[in-house]
Design a protein around this ligand. Structure first.
Ligand SMILES: Cc1cc2nc3c(=O)[nH]c(=O)nc-3n(C[C@H](O)[C@H](O)[C@H](O)COP(=O)(O)O)c2cc1C
Length: 210
């Protein structure tokens, strides 16, 4: 009896406490990132480079903005309301991370003026998130250099990156590259300043993955 009560308590703690902690860490991240992101506005520029990205808690958004600054690129956010920040968005992300069909806005873009397109997303369960897969599936990358970039905590699976590459290449891309920046596990993440510094080094100086 005591054992059952102990097990039940442990399971309840796991079910209630773990998501609460994750949601609160994500909310904190989102607040910090939002402050940084709202400092200046993104404007359409006379450029041949586009940075298209999806982000829940703002890490990939910070990455996107830093890359856009380096390349003087247009910055385009993909919205997927299903995964918005907070408990329900997190639940959806955890429940349907393997989805290959999801409502995104914009779904298609006229990419004809760009020579290079960066596509950004967080890593969810070792793979780029469904919204960026959806975008890659719906768009043509004729004769463009495409770079997938990811923010992540600790690990991703190369097989999922290869799957993404095959979609982009079959939609016309000339080349594919992948760059990812690790933020560290929840609760022990690197500072935003360090994160931006790593992104700058990796993208402007072309440093290889650590
Ligand atoms: C549902 C979910 C699954 C995740 N899975 C992984 C994972 O497999 N590997 C990893 O390194 N990070 C994983 N993460 C952490 C995110 O990749 C990381 O926090 C990322 O920087 C979030 O980007 P964003 O702020 O742009 O949404 C996961 C996060 C969520 C919400």
């Amino acid at each position: 009896m005591k054992m059952t009560a102990y097990l039940l308590t442990t399971v309840l703690i796991a079910i209630i406490v773990a998501p609460t902690v994750v949601v609160s860490i994500e909310n904190g991240q989102e607040r910090t990132n939002r402050k940084l992101l709202s400092k200046d506005r993104e404007e359409a520029k006379n450029t041949e480079v586009a940075v298209v990205y999806f982000s829940r808690s703002g890490n990939t958004a910070v990455m996107a903005k830093t890359i856009a600054k380096i390349f003087n690129a247009d910055l385009i956010n993909i919205d997927a309301s299903k995964y918005k920040i907070g408990f329900w968005g997190l639940t959806e992300a955890a429940r349907s991370y393997q989805d290959r069909e999801v409502e995104i806005d914009p779904k298609e873009l006229d990419l004809s003026k760009y020579k290079k397109v960066f596509l950004g997303s967080p890593i969810w369960f070792y793979r780029p998130s469904p919204p960026i897969f959806e975008f890659a599936k719906n768009n043509k990358f004729n004769a463009k250099d495409v770079v997938l970039f990811n923010s992540y905590n600790s690990n991703f699976g190369q097989d999922h990156i290869d799957e993404f590459k095959s979609i982009v290449m079959s939609n016309g891309a000339k080349s594919f590259d992948h760059k990812a920046v690790k933020r560290g596990r929840m609760g022990s993440q690197i500072s935003t300043a360090k994160f931006i510094n790593i992104i700058e080094n990796k993208f402007s100086k072309g440093e290889n993955d650590e």
